[in-house]
Design a protein around this ligand. Structure first.
Ligand SMILES: C[S@@+](CC[C@H](N)C(=O)[O-])C[C@H]1O[C@@H](n2cnc3c(N)ncnc32)[C@H](O)[C@@H]1O
Length: 269
């Protein structure tokens, strides 16, 4: 079995739970202070289909905002649905970039990343470059999932091992502990606010947890099995059964606890 390749993304599948997925981003933005520039420059690293990047334009309508991503499928969706001028004279655009190597080439007021850095090995080593690229008083803010020990992900790992796909998943070191993010960011001279929240999403429909992870965490497995529909269906059958037992539906839907880690770091003004 081939080792982890860059997963392919399916914007339509990802957006099926857009409301639940946007909630942590709005909670993150609520902790971002005012930005230093009147016409702020903002980067969204791993912008996906652009729907949460568009929320930045609502909060800072004069800003020049660029969402960066390395998925052609996600960028196509973002260009078509969200690119253009903002209400206050700002602009929202999207461009291809690899977050593993992206470096600010001009001063930024805000660098933000939502639900992406878990896909970027060694991402904390990039923080110094990003903080360096902020204007004085600028902010670096991100949110990553902290649910790699949840049943959804433990079951995924167990099954991947049994199906010979273990090396497609990189869960063990995908994210740091909140205190390690805090130490890293304060060590760069920022004032930092780091916290975690467990949302209990109430999902509807049949097999909604499987439907959720098909849009995100399961992408590496689905990508590895893209040319082998029989093996993909066998994996999905086993995983569906396991998820049904781990996340039973209740009378009002399927509760899906999901821990997330947040960090907001402000560079000294
Ligand atoms: C779970 S989605 C999050 C999208 C969006 N930020 C949101 O909150 O809805 C993760 C995104 O990260 C992008 N991504 C993963 N690794 C990347 C990398 N190395 N460089 C750029 N984008 C990356 C994927 O293409 C995908 O669009």
């Amino acid at each position: 079995m081939s080792a982890a390749a860059t997963p392919t993304w399916d914007p339509a599948q990802y957006l099926r739970h857009a409301g639940h997925r946007a909630r942590p981003f709005t909670d993150l933005l609520a902790r971002v202070p005012d930005l230093p520039g009147e016409r702020p420059r903002i980067a969204d690293l791993g912008c996906g289909p652009g729907n949460v990047t568009a929320l930045l334009a609502e909060r800072w309508p004069t800003a020049h905002i660029t969402g960066y991503d390395n998925s052609a499928e996600m960028l196509d969706q973002a260009h078509v649905q969200h690119e253009g001028p903002s209400a206050g004279g700002g602009r929202l655009g999207f461009a291809h970039a690899d977050v593993r190597t992206w470096t600010p080439e001009e001063p930024y007021d805000l660098i933000v990343s939502n639900a992406t850095l878990q896909w970027v090995p060694g991402h904390a080593d990039r923080f110094a470059h990003w903080v360096q690229g902020l204007r004085p008083g600028g902010t670096f803010a991100f949110q990553v999932p902290g649910n790699f020990d949840a049943p959804s992900h433990r079951l995924m790992r167990d099954l991947a091992r049994r199906h010979g796909l273990a090396d497609t998943l990189r869960h063990r070191d995908a994210v740091l502990a909140p205190r390690d993010y805090l130490t890293g960011l304060t060590g760069l001279g920022c004032s930092a606010d780091v916290w975690e929240t467990t949302y209990v999403h109430l999902l509807s429909g049949e097999d909604p947890v499987l439907d959720w992870v098909k849009g995100t965490g399961l992408r590496p497995v689905l990508t590895a099995l893209a040319d082998d529909p029989e093996a993909r269906d066998a994996f999905l059958d086993d995983y569906r059964d396991a998820l049904r037992a781990a996340y039973p539906a209740g009378p009002h839907g399927t509760p899906f606890p999901f821990r997330r880690i947040f960090a907001v770091a402000r560079k000294e003004a």
